[in-house]
Design a protein around this ligand. Structure first.
Ligand code: B3M
Ligand code: ZN
Length: 430
């Protein structure tokens, strides 16, 4: 069995906080360690998500080019992962040239297979800033749940995605003025064409987590519609059509392709450039996406449709274990309000294993969980250091006393593996 394990690609516009780690990274890293201990054939893939309005808004705010923001945060995020021993087989970034080629090929195949069509649409336009207000450039009230500060493309509160002009009481994020509505042509992915395939596929997924499966069943019941996959902004991958000169691909179109281009990069790095195909083009590969709950629709609907609509066969997600959120001292973690524990700051004070222990035993698996410093102190002192630490200490002291410091190596005991049955000196690692 081959496994491709991915963790959501963090946007390269901010630092990593404990909520990210608890949702999409630590659970995947633990699963990958388990698979590797069992000698499974597994590649663990990630990278930074470097396009879209999250990056360009940050660049505008600082008056620098988006690439400057991308490079800064890619490094900070990569170092934060190292600080807590999250160990990817490859950590790439979506502004690298091979990712551009792969994303444009994906678009072209879907276009030639008649899954993508142009349409004249109405979009918010700021007359003051003289620009269309894609996605996060506009904020307003969610048309579905009524939450405030919903973005142009998705509401953080209810997870709904929608076409921009349905947002209520819109305001330009740059100048705060109310935008006008103006016509512009965009290209749409026709998800309705995948309805039957999608229903048949979901029908086999009775082992999925309830939150993910129900989300999908609900969408299928509402009926699949077309989704705009191009944008009027400068930062992004150019749409590979001569008639779409000034448009780029929507960030959520190119981002999941990053899982593939990161695997391509991994294959090149290990000196076997075609190796990625053994995974991605084998329908039997267990492709598992670890994500946070706000990313469900993209991974369980839009991305599988993009894969189904290619000319070559790709494996489809086998599972999408989406976690709920982790709060901090009873309040929602918020980057804009600076209510978060940043991983780089955490590891300056504590051992990364303390965070791994606390988040693993307090994971937001089926409901939101809470990080409290008092609880953290009690769990680390009580469970990790006292109980587990004491157990390890006793085992080593015992083996020192009675077995001359030699204990059997751990690892897979099923037949003839290298570690089985050998002896290690106490404290020596296999
Ligand atoms: N960057 C969203 C997020 O960080 C997005 C995930 C992409 S996964 C392909 O929440
Ligand atoms: Zn404006």
């Amino acid at each position: 069995m081959k496994y491709l394990i991915t963790s959501a690609l963090p946007y390269a516009n901010g630092k990593l906080h404990i909520g990210h780690v608890a949702g999409a990274y630590l659970p995947a890293d633990i699963f990958v360690r388990f698979l590797k201990l069992n000698q499974a054939d597994v590649v663990y893939i990630c990278g930074t998500d470097e396009h879209g309005t999250p990056i360009s808004i940050q660049a505008d705010a600082e008056g620098v080019e988006p690439q400057v923001i991308v490079e800064r945060y890619h490094k900070l995020i990569e170092d934060a992962f190292k600080g807590i021993d999250i160990d990817f087989d490859n950590f790439s970034g979506t502004s690298r040239p091979p990712h551009y080629t792969m994303s444009q090929e994906f678009f072209t195949a879907l276009y030639e297979n008649k899954h993508i069509h142009p349409k004249d649409t109405l979009q918010f336009y700021c007359e003051y800033d003289k620009r269309f207000l894609a996605d996060r450039y506009v904020e307003g009230i969610c048309p579905k749940c009524g939450a405030e500060r919903a973005r142009g493309d998705q509401c953080d509160a209810c997870g709904q995605i929608y076409d921009t002009t349905t947002l209520k009481e819109p305001k330009c994020k740059i100048c705060g003025n109310a935008p006008v509505i103006k016509a512009t042509r965009h290209w749409f992915l026709h998800l309705d064409g995948f309805t039957d395939k999608m229903k048949a596929w979901i029908a086999q997924k009775d082992y999925w987590k309830e939150n993910v499966r129900n989300f999908m069943l609900n969408l299928l019941e509402q009926g699949l519609i077309e989704r705009s996959i191009t944008r009027d902004i400068k930062w992004g991958i150019p749409v590979p059509l001569p008639e779409a000169q000034d448009k780029v691909l929507y960030v959520w179109f190119d981002a999941p392709i990053g899982y593939i281009s990161s695997t391509v990069e991994w294959a090149q790095r290990i000196g076997q450039p075609d190796r990625w195909k053994d995974y991605w083009h084998d329908p039997e590969t267990q492709l598992i996406h670890f994500i946070g709950k706000d990313n469900i629709i993209f991974h369980a609907l839009i991305w599988p449709a993009m894969l189904m609509g290619q000319k070559q066969t790709y494996c489809l997600p086998h599972d999408i274990p989406a976690n709920e959120f982790m709060n901090l001292e009873g309040q929602k973690i918020s980057t804009s309000r600076n209510w978060a524990i940043w991983v780089d700051e955490f590891v300056q004070e504590f051992d990364g294993d303390y965070l791994r222990w606390y988040l693993a035993t307090n994971a937001p698996e089926s409901k939101d969980s809470d990080f409290s410093w008092k609880d953290f102190q009690q769990k680390v002192n009580g469970e990790l250091n006292n109980v587990l630490g004491n157990l390890a200490n006793r085992v080593f002291a015992f083996s020192q006393r009675f077995f001359a410091g030699k204990i059997k190596a751990g690892g897979n005991q099923r037949g003839g593996q290298s570690g089985a049955g050998r002896c290690l000196q106490a404290g020596q690692r296999d």
